[in-house]
Design a protein around this ligand. Structure first.
Ligand code: GLC
Length: 466
């Protein structure tokens, strides 16, 4: 079986496989999603009451970090600034920050970074390229999603507007974020659209600065469109492909067919930030399946959770994450540091493979009506262990020797008991993971096949009834 090597900057991220993100800011107060200003066409003044009243509870960042660790996440990403332009960090370039908000007066990014480090998590920043608060950004430059897109005055380019001033501001803020908080592990830019992309953001200069300030940082690929998929990517290319609410059908490749690191970014309900009406939470089973699905195709998963206006996570979300965390505790080794296995997708679930190629993991997601068939793996795997119980499982031939099966002689069957042909309910309804040792040595493959042949011959010669 093939093995994917990872070394260098992306190493920890490729090992991690699972992280959490948070969308949190002034928009968490009305609780209608982070686009509320644009959807309701609010002016800065209309939105100002949220700036005045923003007053998160003292220990919210610690609450997030603890929860992330308990869930089995390796990293977290926070919206240091979303499209509304409000900053959760101290900035010399604007007063529109949590430090200047009269009832807050805290550098929340600093608290967040400290809380994550204390829990041993990698630190991620989300930073919005879009900024509805900045006077030099807006409809006049063709932004059709801006809150003031219908205001004719906003469309007049007068001397007071200067796009390059916005670019200096935006670059300056990224510089602050990457200079004032120690080592930052991840940076998510969001987002490029229409002609707001690439060099309109002076993206090559921006990326050069990012790499200079934090040489080990890992960035998403949103300074342009799919730069990472091009055979000849521009200078501002990020480190990984990043889609929202979207899982690829197979491992992601660039236009020349080379594998591309990728991450699927998903919301736990339907909105990114706190919504008073959206409680349509994904079940632990859906989340485990999504995570397994991502890793089975060489990807990471980042799950977004929405703190409320005070910074708390709802009890429903906490309960879902705790269930996910319990599953991760027993089964995490089947995902962390794992890659896609060079095998066809099985009927019953998914495969993952440890990066060194030693262990193969069967994620049995669906109860089977008959045998669990391991297609083409006869003699190729041994010593199955069920991860959540620590009990052995059994590899056998067809249950009724001498009688025709639908399967090929290269197939082998997995049983949860030495008594074959008994259907056991899966021991973990979320995903019952079975770990196999992979046999690569041709002599051992031959020995294992001989053992299976002998066992089969013994079964055939057995008297059918006493
Ligand atoms: C979408 C949302 C945006 C969110 C982003 C996360 O683009 O509109 O608010 O931050 O997804 O990738």
């Amino acid at each position: 079986m093939s093995v994917t090597e990872t070394s260098g900057r992306l190493g920890w991220w490729l090992e991690a496989r699972f992280g959490l993100s948070l969308h949190w800011g002034l928009y968490s107060i009305p609780g209608e999603g982070e686009w509320v200003r644009a959807i309701r066409k609010m002016t800065v003044q209309d939105y100002q009451p949220y700036f005045e009243s923003f007053s998160p509870d003292p220990n919210c960042c610690r609450e997030w970090a603890r929860l992330a660790r308990q869930t089995g996440a390796a990293f977290m990403v926070l919206t240091t600034k979303h499209h509304d332009g409000f900053c959760l960090f101290d900035s010399r370039l604007t007063d529109y920050t949590s430090v200047k908000a009269p009832r807050c007066r805290r550098d929340l990014v600093r608290e967040y970074v400290q809380a994550l480090r204390d829990e041993g998590l990698k630190v991620g920043f989300y930073y919005s390229l879009v900024d509805w608060h900045h006077p030099d950004y807006g409809p006049v430059y063709g932004d059709r999603q801006h809150p003031l897109r219908h205001d004719p005055q906003q469309k007049q380019l007068d001397r007071s507007r200067d796009w390059s001033r916005y670019i200096s501001y935006m670059h300056g803020q990224v510089q602050e974020l990457l200079s004032n908080y120690g080592t930052i592990d991840l940076l998510y830019f969001d987002f490029s659209y229409w002609d707001f992309a690439g060099e309109k953001w002076c993206a090559s200069d921006l990326m050069r600065m990012v790499r200079r300030l934090q040489p080990h940082i890992i960035t998403n690929d949103r300074l342009g469109y799919e730069a990472i998929k091009r055979s000849d990517p521009p200078d501002y290319v990020g480190d990984f492909d990043h889609a929202e609410q979207n899982l690829p059908r197979e491992p992601v490749r660039n236009r020349s067919g080379k594998p591309v690191p990728w991450e699927g970014w998903f919301t736990i309900s339907n909105s990114w930030s706190h919504s008073r009406t959206d409680t349509d939470y994904k079940s632990p089973a859906t989340l485990v399946r999504a995570l397994v699905n991502c890793v089975s195709k060489d990807g990471n998963m980042c799950l977004n959770i929405p703190p409320d206006e005070k910074g708390h996570i709802s009890p429903e979300v906490i309960a879902i994450l705790q269930t996910l965390g319990q599953w991760m505790q027993k089964n995490g080794e089947s995902l962390r540091g794992c890659v896609s296995a060079p095998l066809e997708k099985p009927e019953w679930g998914r495969w993952t493979l440890s990066r060194d190629g030693r262990y193969l993991y069967a994620h049995i997601l669906d109860q089977q009506i008959g045998h669990i068939c391991l297609k083409g793996l006869r003699g190729r795997v041994k010593n199955p262990i069920v991860l959540n119980t620590g009990q052995p499982a059994y590899l056998t031939g067809y249950w009724n020797p001498g009688i025709q099966t639908f399967d090929s002689p290269d197939d082998i069957f997995l049983n949860f008991s030495p008594e074959v042909a008994r259907t056991y309910p899966l021991s973990d309804p979320l995903d019952t993971v079975v770990r196999f040792e992979v046999i690569n040595d041709p002599d051992e493959i031959e020995r294992e096949n001989r053992r299976l042949d002998e066992e089969y011959a013994r079964a055939i010669s057995r008297q059918p009834l006493p």
